[in-house]
Design a protein around this ligand. Structure first.
Ligand SMILES: Cc1cc2nc3c(=O)[nH]c(=O)nc-3n(C[C@H](O)[C@H](O)[C@H](O)COP(=O)(O)O)c2cc1C
Length: 425
């Protein structure tokens, strides 16, 4: 039986993304992130290679946890400077024919009403090729700079995200009926007011009484990505996402995550097989294994140790500037009784489970190249040990979404085609 392998290129509108230091490599082009040609060249290459999509990560805020300041992030260009990802959608769409375009946007900062318009606009302009990576954000600096004083608690951010999604579904799916835009020149009717409705949302976090500003875009709701790793995050992913992003370092952990997320999706009344799971990997290719290995070793020489610590400190909220390279840090598992392994127990095939000990000096050099052995997941949740089961709030939202979308609408939008039209091309 043949299997399909799907690729989703992971990028960011900045120099560093997740390979700090690699910008110094002679062949690096990431410093050209400010040029549209950089993005259109890359997009064309990906389309030629039958990638499903290009996916652009984003953060609002900067990584100032390491050593309590921003210096190392600036010195190494670690996700700062960083440009707006959504503005890349149009040029990429113009340069390609069927590549999906995934854009990251946070539910913690922008109001869903204005965001829904920006996303519908992008869906129109890309002719239905836009995807949205729903993130709740983890950088305090972002929250402070938009006047929130600081981030909401981790699980509260997911509660906000659930209501945010409810609002945007209502706007995308429930405001303008099919056929609302008439464009009847003879009768002088552009749109039929009887087919355009106020969404009437009054919730805990958002009040959106009125009409969506855009006429229905090709997909209405774009392809939804999510990358939750905590219970709250996985529930939101299982309830809403069509594509789930995971960053698990080992096969066992990947298998466990996939089984868990599918089981959560089934518990929320969804067909678990419809979820596409993309596992993160940096793939280094060459004609032979030896040449690829040599390339890897060459790249490692450019990895920035401080840059990797900047990222790790920002993701976890722990200032790794307090530790020495030889210190051993224990990553605590989310699960009780999960065996915890030490680095010497890990072989090259990466036997191990969700949690293990790692010597942060060595592990962080690998992180800089996105080696699979870097600690699983990220987010401030890693600071806390969360073992309490959490009420599954996603099912309610999913039912609402299905009501809003109308029977069969989501079925009609076949995910494969939404992601990439390569099958039809
Ligand atoms: C592959 C991958 C890509 C991610 N991209 C982003 C991103 O672009 N922006 C962001 O704020 N968070 C991003 N995250 C973080 C997740 O949204 C999430 O916060 C993290 O996985 C921790 O999960 P939790 O919040 O459920 O604990 C990403 C996570 C993964 C695994």
């Amino acid at each position: 039986m043949t299997k399909t392998i799907r690729f989703n290129a992971f990028e960011m509108n900045c120099v560093g993304h997740q390979s700090p230091g690699l910008w110094r490599h002679p062949r690096d082009r990431s410093w050209q992130y400010k040029d549209l040609e950089y993005w259109t060249d890359l997009a064309k290459l990906l389309e030629t290679g039958f990638f499903d999509s290009i996916f652009i990560a984003d953060v609002i805020g900067y990584y100032d946890v390491y050593k309590g300041n921003l210096d190392n992030a600036l010195l190494q260009g670690v996700q700062i400077p960083v440009n707006d990802p959504l503005q890349l959608a149009n040029p990429i769409a113009l340069a390609t024919n069927h590549l999906g375009i995934g854009i990251t946007a946070s539910t913690s900062f922008e109001h869903p009403y204005t965001f829904a318009r920006r996303l519908s606009t992008a869906d129109h302009h890309t002719k239905g090729r836009i995807g949205w990576n729903i993130v709740t954000s983890y950088l305090e600096s972002g929250a402070k700079n938009v006047g929130q004083g600081g981030l909401r608690s981790h699980d509260n951010r997911y509660d906000v995200a659930s209501e945010y999604l409810e609002v945007v579904y209502k706007l995308f799916e429930g405001s303008w009926e099919e056929g609302a835009v008439v464009r009847d020149k003879e009768r002088g009717i552009f749109a039929d007011p009887t087919k355009i409705h106020e969404v009437g949302h009054k919730g805990k976090y958002f009040d959106v009484p009125g009409y969506h500003l855009c006429e229905p875009s090709p997909q209405r709701t774009p392809v939804l990505f999510q990358a939750g790793a905590s219970n709250a995050g996985k529930d939101v992913a299982a309830g809403h996402a069509e594509c789930v992003f995971i960053s698990t370092p080992l096969k066992d952990a990947t298998r466990a995550y996939v089984a868990d997320i599918r089981q959560r999706a089934a518990a929320q009344g969804r067909d678990p097989k419809k979820l596409l799971v993309y596992a993160m990997a940096t793939i280094i290719v060459d004609e032979t294994d030896a040449k690829a290995r040599a390339k890897y070793e060459e790249y490692v020489k450019y990895a920035s140790y401080d840059g990797a610590l900047v990222l790790m400190s920002g993701w976890t909220g722990i200032d790794f500037g307090h530790y020495k390279p030889a210190d051993t840090v224990q990553q605590r598992s989310h699960r009780r009784r999960t065996p915890v392994r030490r680095p010497e127990d890990l072989d090259d095939r990466g036997a191990g489970t969700v949690g293990w000990y790692w010597r942060h000096g060595a592990a962080l050099c690998r992180l800089a190249l996105y080696d699979r052995r870097y600690p699983a997941g990220m987010g401030r949740g890693y600071r806390h040990r969360r073992v309490q089961p959490r009420l599954c709030t996603g099912a309610r939202n999913l039912r609402r979404r299905d009501r809003l979308c109308g029977a069969g609408t989501s079925e009609a939008r076949r995910l494969c085609h939404r992601l990439s039209r390569r099958n039809a091309a």
